[in-house]
Design a protein around this ligand. Structure first.
Ligand code: UTP
Length: 510
């Protein structure tokens, strides 16, 4: 039985009575929906969140005085420490082969900048294979499981894949994986769960209506993962399976190395409970979150939170002092996750994102042209402050980071740049394995694409299926001494899950 009087008085106390303004005009079914929707909201908490984030006084305080760069001995580098890569990889492979490593995908975002009405993971950036981001990631797991079994023996190399979705992405994601037979992975090793949502607010803290009978909601940020892991029983599942390390990453990075054994080995060797991959920040105003210490705690600070003077400081060797760019690839020990989820989750603050939020005005749903309200989000990296042993691994941006944020036509972080980044990486891997490429005039192309010019842009597409190679290994036998022309798609003869294998475009063999 709906207790409308109770609801009305809660709304009055919290100054949110406008949410019932269309009640007289609703059908009984719509009224029931509205009741259920409103009854599930803690209005006092929503008001507290709004007050805490002080939306209307957002003079951005600079954090310069408390900032320190990461300590040298907590940072590793895939280039400076090249001699250690083999060891790290061996340690990581052993962990994987013992079933101790899982992946956790953050795929609950609405992808508003990309502007499609389906989850970003289903997006195809225009590769030769037409594979989606989800498929590329799935196949990297398939391959890595095979490699770990081969290198370490045994058949326990299962990498459980936990996928956090939201009410905006769950249904379609579940369907997509089922339609594609889980891309060759075992269904029981893919766990899709859902994060919470929070009501969207206007700039005065009033909850917005998306429809006359429904509140406007948005997912509670990628930091919503901590509450969701706990509520959905995922932490228990990890423990039941004997998982001890979890790779956490964002859905939109086409280059992401699933459960990267090198990163895993690095983290194990450092004895870290919390690790982040970083890329070198290249210029002071580059809009990238910076990993550093603030009042002794590990933090990611936005570039707008530090002054130009601090952002421009350089070390004697010419690097920026604060140059550890965060790329949303983390490795957490399960014990660390457990302590964040169970003891610290409530300490994570909400960040404010001013957004265009469709809302009801005088009985009509309006899609605003400029920001009209706020979404409240927690961030996954805000848990770094609770780490007792933190480490960061610096990796090459061109090898590991190219996020898909914007729609076609944008000049950065768009389908075109993602596609180019993957093609260029595969071009370099084939070259490293002894293959060569010819242009239309049969002239050999340079080993490294000319600076700032992508192979994919200047020549054509080139792609190596993850089922052929996880990160360049094993390509020698396919490529050494061979000359290729674009387009080139190296795929397996095994059943490709979505597309028939593309014709290999190989000119001759020496
Ligand atoms: P972004 O901050 O880029 O957001 O997310 P987004 O939703 O993908 O895109 P916009 O801002 O609406 O255009 C970074 C990562 O965090 C995940 C995203 O799916 C992406 O992998 N995320 C974000 C969540 O899992 N949940 C959220 O509530 C927000």
């Amino acid at each position: 039985m709906a207790d409308w009087d109770g609801l009305r008085s809660r709304l009055e106390q919290c100054d949110q009575s406008h949410l019932l303004q269309y009640l007289d005009k609703l059908t009984p079914e719509q009224a029931d929906k509205l009741y259920l929707d409103l009854n599930g909201i803690d209005f006092e908490k929503a008001n507290q969140y709004f007050q805490k984030c002080n939306v209307n006084n957002q003079t951005c305080e600079k954090k310069d005085s408390c900032l320190e760069p990461l300590e040298k001995d907590s940072i590793g580098s895939t280039t400076r420490d090249a001699a250690k890569l083999v060891d790290w990889e061996r340690i990581g492979m052993t962990q994987i082969s013992e079933g101790k490593v899982a992946c956790l995908l953050l795929a609950g975002g609405q992808g508003t900048r990309l502007g499609v009405n389906y989850p970003k993971g289903m997006y195809n950036v225009g590769l030769l294979s037409h594979k989606s981001l989800y498929q590329l990631q799935a196949e990297r797991i398939v391959k890595l499981q095979q490699l770990a079994c081969k290198q370490c023996g045994g058949d326990k190399a299962v990498i459980p894949w936990y996928i956090m979705t939201s009410e905006h992405t769950k249904e379609q994601t579940v369907q997509f994986f089922s339609d594609h037979a889980y891309f060759g992975l075992h269904k029981d090793n893919i766990m899709i769960f859902e994060q919470n949502t929070l009501p969207c607010l206007d700039f005065n803290g009033k909850i917005l209506l998306d429809q006359s009978y429904r509140v406007a909601r948005s997912p509670d940020g990628n930091g919503g993962v901590y509450a969701a892991l706990h509520q959905s029983g995922i932490l228990d599942d990890m423990k039941r399976r004997g998982v001890t390390l979890v790779h956490v990453y964002g859905v939109d990075n086409i280059l992401v190395k699933m459960a990267d054994p090198v990163f895993t080995g690095f983290c194990v060797e450092k004895g870290a409970d919390c690790c982040a991959k970083v890329v070198k920040k290249t210029y002071p105003t580059e809009p990238v979150g910076l990993l550093c210490k603030c009042e002794g705690k590990y933090q990611v600070v936005e570039y707008s939170e530090i002054s130009m003077e601090t952002a421009s400081k350089r070390t004697p060797d010419g690097n920026l002092v604060f140059n550890a760019g965060n790329i949303c690839i983390h490795l957490f020990a399960v014990d660390f996750l457990q302590s964040v989820c169970c003891s610290h989750e409530h300490e994570l603050i909400h960040h404010v994102a001013k957004k265009k939020i469709p809302y009801m005005v005088d009985g009509t749903r309006v899609v605003p042209q400029s920001a009209n309200g706020i979404k409240l989000e927690k961030f996954v990296f805000d848990a770094f402050q609770f780490s007792k042993s933190f480490a960061a691994l610096e990796v090459l941006r061109e090898d590991e980071f190219s996020p898909l944020k914007n729609g076609p036509g944008a000049d950065r972080d768009c389908p075109h740049t993602s596609r180019a980044a993957l093609c260029d990486l595969h071009y370099r891997q084939i070259m490293k394995a002894g293959g060569r490429f010819l242009d239309d005039e049969d002239t050999e192309l340079p080993l490294i694409p000319r600076r700032r010019q992508s192979v994919a842009t200047s020549q054509g597409l080139c792609e190596v299926s993850p089922l052929v190679s996880y990160c360049g290994e094993g390509l020698e036998e396919l490529c050494a001494g061979k000359r290729f022309k674009f387009p080139l798609h190296l795929s397996t003869d095994e059943k490709e899950t979505q597309q028939p294998p593309m014709k290999k475009h190989c000119l001759d063999t020496n």
